[in-house]
Design a protein around this ligand. Structure first.
Ligand SMILES: Cc1ncc(COP(=O)(O)O)c(C=O)c1O
Length: 425
């Protein structure tokens, strides 16, 4: 598989962009080999500038639930763009999107559309602090909520690859108000909330974690979290940037029957364009400017072209759609896990519906410490390179989730299964 054009172009990229990329994990630093320059995509495939095809299980980090260049999305964008790209006013499609979100996501009475997942979480945190007039925030180790200063400690995803648990350039006063607790540890959670509730503005959590690989919440974890935050009048924020609209139209909160005060969305909602949203209880959302005194604004927020792509995506999602996608994903994970057990392989596919990740141990993990123990940078790099050589693209770092889209065929999955079996046999 020749990648001469990728190599040539990437040399140019390195001259002018940090490590040749605009987001760290794209640089292949933790998997080695040469980063690829992509040219186009269709369905489950994307193609590099040398014309090599790859079945894509990264899917723009989970955003492309319909696969690449879905006809409905392409047509919607084409129709929208001829009428202008941005107005800086309210548009009809914004209203339609907001109504869609409010109708389907149980926690959301009022919504504000923004331009990324980071913007959504950052704004939700500010809002929670404004609403409660308290300062401290609680997060969980291994959860990633974007590159917002106050949340960038003990974060998963690309941050996990930094030598420290956080980024340089963040002043102590930002993170001294942040507590990061072990995921799925109800005892520690209860203890901290009982002791510090007078100072805690909010708790933010990935209700199913995806940024330390996929970790499911244990039975009582979110329930206790909901009960305690209600009792202490602490704002509970579900970060559903990754899970939102991936499992079902009501997001994970509907699935689990636990309704937060605020919800952050991103990825799928933008249909492959930059977008995020935060929303929730009316009395809290009414504190956002101009109704309230929590300021948050955006030149491109609610961009009409983005929203047309987002809505075209969301309109494809139905009960039947999710049933098909989720069933195939779950069957795939079960089949692989049966194989790993039969071979005595130190491997396990952790999954929640169409969001999956591989552990290098038999059986699931329940928190970040266990996820790190069950990870192997060397083995993952080897596997990644094997897959890539065989035309399969996984996220270029372990501890990231990979995804299935509606465009992935049974043939795609059989091929992935064969490659994984071959690797572990
Ligand atoms: C759960 C979660 N929250 C927030 C973010 C940040 O979103 P964005 O990269 O759009 O800023 C991400 C990104 O991967 C995420 O997975």
């Amino acid at each position: 598989m020749a990648i001469t054009q990728s190599i040539k172009l990437f040399q140019k990229a390195r001259e002018v962009m940090v490590a040749g990329v605009n987001s760290p994990v794209r640089s292949f630093m933790s998997v080695g080999g040469h980063p690829l320059v992509m040219a186009r995509g269709k369905g489950s495939l994307f193609f590099d500038v040398d014309g090599n095809a790859y079945t894509d299980y990264c899917l723009s980090w989970g955003a492309l639930i319909l696969g690449h260049a879905h006809n409905d999305v392409v047509s919607a964008v084409r129709r929208a763009i001829v009428h202008g790209s941005s107005f800086g006013t309210t548009t009809q499609v914004e209203i339609e999107m907001a109504r869609f979100v409010v109708r389907h996501v149980p926690s959301i009475d009022l919504v504000r559309l923004v331009n990324s997942g980071t913007e959504a979480t950052m704004s939700a945190i500010r809002l929670a602090r404004g609403f409660t007039a308290k300062k401290m925030i609680v997060k969980f180790d291994g959860c990633y909520h974007g590159h917002f200063d106050d949340l960038l400690i003990q974060a998963g995803s690309g941050v996990a690859k930094l030598p420290e648990s956080s980024s340089q350039g963040i002043t102590p006063n930002h993170i001294q108000e942040t507590l990061s607790l072990p995921y799925n540890n109800t005892r520690v959670l209860s203890d901290i909330l009982n002791r510090f509730h007078k100072d805690i503005a909010c708790v933010i959590v990935e209700p199913v974690a995806g940024n330390m690989g996929v970790v499911r919440p244990e039975k009582d974890f979110l329930k206790t979290l909901r009960e305690l935050t209600q009792k202490f009048k602490i704002v509970l924020i579900f970060d559903e940037v990754m899970t939102g609209f991936r499992m079902g139209l009501g997001c994970v909160q509907s699935d689990l029957g636990i309704i937060p005060d605020l919800t952050c969305l991103g990825k799928i909602i933008g249909g492959g364009f930059p977008m995020g949203a935060y929303g929730g209880r009316k009395d809290i959302m009414q504190c956002v400017a101009p109704l309230g005194r929590v300021y948050q604004a955006g030149t491109f927020s609610g961009n009409p072209v983005t929203l047309c792509a987002g809505l075209a995506t969301l309109k494809n999602l139905s009960k039947g759609f999710y049933l098909r996608l989720n069933t195939r994903s779950e069957e795939f994970a079960e089949q692989m896990n049966r194989f790993f057990v039969s071979q005595n392989s130190p491997a396990y596919l952790s999954g929640y519906k169409s969001m999956l990740s591989l552990r290098f141990q038999a059986g699931p993990v329940k928190n970040y410490a266990q996820a790190q123990k069950a990870s192997s940078v060397q083995l993952y790099a080897k596997l990644f390179q094997k897959l890539l050589k065989n035309g399969v693209y996984w996220p270029p770092a372990d501890l990231e989730a990979f995804f299935l889209s509606a465009a992935h065929s049974n043939r795609d999955l059989r091929r992935l299964a064969d490659l994984l079996k071959d690797f572990f046999a």
